[in-house]
Every structure is written in structure tokens, then in C-alpha cells.
Write a protein that binds this ligand. Structure first.
Ligand code: SAH
Length: 453
């Protein structure tokens, strides 16, 4: 087989980024936009020794699990890889993926994976989006989403998984830029001002935030733009973020307030959270509540426990657990997030929490060795790359009764669970997948490990 060959295959399963996978004589082909159950004609785009990538050319016989995708741009945009797959099947594939990773990477024979907790209405769920600005081939100012794996902007202001307010805000910005001659940033030349618009909405309170990421320190006619933003119901926060570097990282470090607060206030369960532009905050509030309730349930708190939460962000889980625990300690690397976490504790009148700023892999071993800290329960919620080995090792020394591992990547979860369970002291009780990102291949999990006496 060689590049540009046209072949017919049956798609059997789904890969980790939502691509369809089929085989020809045992040789796997990865096909973007093809779904399990499709019989498809595909063209090879990249041929490797043990596998190849291919492009979907024609559906010979579409999968019975296909459905009408709501967004007309879903194939071009890099956001929703599996929007054309029925939601029910999306959940099935996610459960299967978690199980397969735990078997293949984690070495568990029959992992205790529960059915995925899905959404009733899997659209308009995201509370946050970051829209890049640029110019199209005709020179018009555009905003939308990057096409998969590129920085080509697919123009579009009404994302089907985002809030309806995105459209109004983005169109207002586009019109303002044209009127006032404001240049979008150009990655090639490093010139131009507006890079991204970060829009966040607090679903529980309706508060809206706009933060414009700019290649500079001021925005022309900014008060006039603020007047327009603040006519939109719910708008309570407008700020600028300075990013002058030639980088793919969207946000810079400095936030300059323009009008309103530099944060918005949201609620999950009974806890209120103030969220600033730089802080990590779960993007799907309806599912976040299910995720946190599962974590709380797995933590099995009775009121007196000492809990350590690593990678705590703005303290969302820590505060969610605090009312049921004796004392909660959170560790987080982003200074603004720790500030938010402390403020959020005060905001809710919660006094039995402490937050430490630093790397989990440094703070935890140091506190353990110097102060001999202990934990009844440990909760960890690391980024995609998983938990640092130094953390895992310290956790094994600390030997908490329960470890609750919240993870956004089943592969690194499986890798870390293998380490935690290696010497038989911990047992994997259950893994609850939660669908935080419908129409994408992503799946969040909460795993419970208990100490064997
Ligand atoms: N539990 C929180 C945040 C989870 S996201 C929530 O549900 O909202 C992971 C968090 O880990 C981010 O806030 C990130 O800033 C933080 N982080 C990343 N690397 C870290 C490290 N080495 N040590 C501590 N925190 C880290």
C-alpha cells in the first residue's frame, strides 16, 4: 500500500482522538471523520510500517449509528470529532476505551468500570471558549475555531456546544474591529493586536466574562467597547490579557481589568466559586456536579478525616469535600488559582481548608518528610500527563485509607493506577467515567482505590 491509494474498509472501532479505525489484512488504518460501522472508501495520506492514516472519501454504506450532526462545521473544525455518532454510541465507545486502557496499559484483568454518566442534552454545555482572530484569504477579519491540527481559522461564531451568547459577543467584536480599524494578530509577522477572545459564563448565576488576549498593553477605544459589552445581559467582567510572545499558549500572565470584576461567580452544588480568566475551571458545569458528587461519595467522609487534594485548581473539589471532612489541604501550582481558592474558601465561610502553592511533586514529599503529614483520604486531579512519580511514591508511603483519582486521560490514569496497585496494598474498587466532553473523544474518570489491611 502506498500514499494516495484508494481502498475500501469497514471501520471497527474508535481511536483515542475520535478517528475511525479499520483494518486491511491486520494492517490498521486511522481515518478522520469515519465512524465505527461505516463501510468507507478512503484515501491513504500517510503510510507507515505498521499503520497508515487515511482520509474519508466516500461512505459506501454509512454506519447505522450515524446521526445528523447539529453543527455544519463539525468536520472542518477541530473541536467535535464524533458529533455525527449517536450520543448513546458515543457513551458506549467511551466506556469501552476506558476499559481497554485499564486492561492494556494498567494491566487489570477485569477492571471495574461503570457505565458512563452522560448528559440529557449534550449540546450548549461548555461554559468557556477561546476564539482566535485573524484574516481570511480575502482579507476579511474572522474568528472561529482552528481546524484540526492547524492554525487555519474555520470561521464560525455559533458553536453548538458553546453558549448562545458567544455569537453576540463575537459579532460585536468583529464589527468593532472593522469600525475602529483594529488589527487581528498575525502569527507569521507577530504584528496586529487582538489574538483571542476568552468568553466564560457562570451557568448558575448567568454572569458573563470577556477577556481579550492582546499583543500589547492597551486596546483602542476600550471604554466604548466596554459600553457595548455591558449592554449584553449578564455581562459583569471585561478585562485584557497581555500576551506578546510568539507562542501557541493562548493566555499571557498579566490581566488588566477594564470594567466590572476580574472574575465571575458560579455555583456547583451549594458552593460558590469566583473564577478569574487565568484559573482552570471545569468547562461542563452540569457534568462537573456529577463528577464532584462521585468524588465526594468515593471519599467516604464521615466528618473527621484529614484530606489532601493535589492539583486542586481554584479549590473546587477541596471546598466541595470540606463540609464533610475534618481538614482539607489543597496543593496547586498556579498562583492566581491558589488566590482564588483562598478567596473561595472565605466566600463560603469554610475555615477547615489550607492551600499550598507549589508543585505537587515537591510540596507533598517535602511536607511528608519534614512535617510528617498524614492523610485519611487523598484526592488527585492531575492534568492530562497524569501524576508525577514522586507524588505517587509519597502517596504510597503515606498510605491513606482511600485514594480518589480524578482523571481526564484514561491512558495516564491506567499507567498511574498500575503503579499504585503494584504491590497489592491498594485495590481498585471502581472507575466511574463521566462524559464531560460530549462529541469529542475525551472522557473523564473518577477511580477509587482502597488500602488493604
Ligand atoms: N481539581 C481542579 C483542577 C484540576 S485541573 C478542578 O476540578 O477544577 C489540574 C490542575 O493542576 C490545574 O489547576 C493545574 O494548574 C494544576 N497543576 C498542573 N501541574 C501541577 C503540578 N505539578 N503541581 C500542582 N498543580 C499542578
Amino acid at each position: 500500500m502506498k500514499k494516495n491509494d484508494l481502498v475500501q474498509i469497514r471501520i471497527e472501532t474508535m481511536g483515542s482522538t475520535g478517528e475511525g479505525i479499520g483494518k486491511i489484512d491486520g494492517y490498521p488504518l486511522f481515518v478522520k471523520d469515519a465512524l465505527p460501522g461505516d463501510l468507507a472508501e478512503v484515501r491513504l495520506t500517510k503510510v507507515k510500517k505498521t499503520y497508515a492514516y487515511a482520509r474519508l472519501e466516500r461512505l459506501v454504506s454509512p454506519s447505522p449509528d450515524r446521526t445528523e450532526a447539529r453543527c455544519p462545521l463539525h468536520r472542518r473544525c477541530g473541536g467535535c470529532q464524533i458529533q455525527a455518532l449517536s450520543y448513546e454510541k458515543q457513551l458506549e465507545y467511551k466506556e469501552q476505551k476506558v476499559r481497554e486502557d485499564l486492561i492494556r496499559i494498567g494491566g487489570f484483568e477485569a477492571p471495574p468500570v461503570l457505565p458512563v454518566l452522560g448528559m440529557e442534552d449534550p449540546y450548549r454545555y461548555r461554559n468557556k471558549a477561546q476564539f482566535p482572530f485573524g484574516r481570511d484569504r480575502e482579507g476579511r477579519i474572522v474568528t472561529g475555531f482552528y481546524a484540526g491540527r492547524t492554525h487555519t481559522i474555520v470561521p464560525g461564531t455559533d458553536c453548538a456546544i458553546g453558549v448562545p451568547e458567544n455569537k453576540e459577543i463575537l459579532e460585536l467584536i468583529l464589527a468593532f474591529m472593522t469600525e475602529r480599524g483594529i488589527e487581528p494578530y498575525d502569527e507569521k509577522t507577530g504584528k496586529g493586536l487582538l489574538r483571542h477572545a476568552l468568553i466564560r459564563k457562570a451557568f448558575a448565576t448567568g454572569e458573563l466574562m470577556v477577556c481579550l488576549v492582546i499583543n500589547g498593553r492597551s486596546f483602542p477605544y476600550v471604554e466604548e467597547l466596554a459600553d457595548r459589552f455591558f449592554k449584553i445581559p449578564g455581562m459583569t467582567s471585561f478585562s485584557l490579557n497581555v500576551n506578546r510572545k510568539a507562542t501557541n499558549v493562548i493566555l499571557g500572565e498579566e490581566v488588566i481589568p477594564v470594567r466590572g470584576q476580574t472574575y465571575i461567580t458560579d455555583r456547583i452544588g451549594e458552593i460558590s466559586y469566583q473564577i478569574s480568566p487565568l484559573s482552570f475551571y471545569q468547562v461542563n458545569p452540569a457534568q462537573t456536579e456529577k463528577l464532584y458528587r462521585t468524588a465526594l461519595d468515593y471519599a467516604g467522609l464521615t466528618g473527621g478525616e484529614t484530606v489532601w487534594e493535589l492539583y486542586c485548581g481554584i479549590g473546587t473539589i477541596s471546598l466541595f469535600l470540606a463540609r464533610s471532612a475534618g481538614k482539607v489541604f489543597g496543593v496547586e501550582i498556579v498562583p492566581q488559582a491558589v488566590e482564588d481558592a483562598r478567596r473561595n474558601a472565605r466566600l463560603n465561610g469554610i475555615e477547615n481548608v489550607d492551600f499550598y502553592l507549589g508543585k505537587a511533586e515537591e510540596v507533598l514529599p517535602e511536607k511528608y518528610e519534614k512535617d510528617g503529614i498524614r492523610a485519611d483520604v487523598m484526592v488527585i486531579d492531575p492534568p492530562r500527563k497524569g501524576c508525577d512519580p514522586a507524588c505517587l511514591e509519597t502517596m504510597l508511603h503515606m498510605a491513606p485509607e482511600r485514594i480518589v483519582y480524578v482523571s481526564c486521560d484514561p491512558a495516564t490514569l491506567a499507567r498511574d493506577l498500575k503503579i499504585l496497585c503494584a504491590d497489592g496494598r491498594y485495590e481498585l474498587q471502581k472507575v466511574q467515567p463521566v462524559d464531560m466532553f460530549p462529541h469529542t473523544a475525551g472522557v473523564e474518570n473518577v477511580a477509587l482505590l482502597t488500602y488493604r489491611k
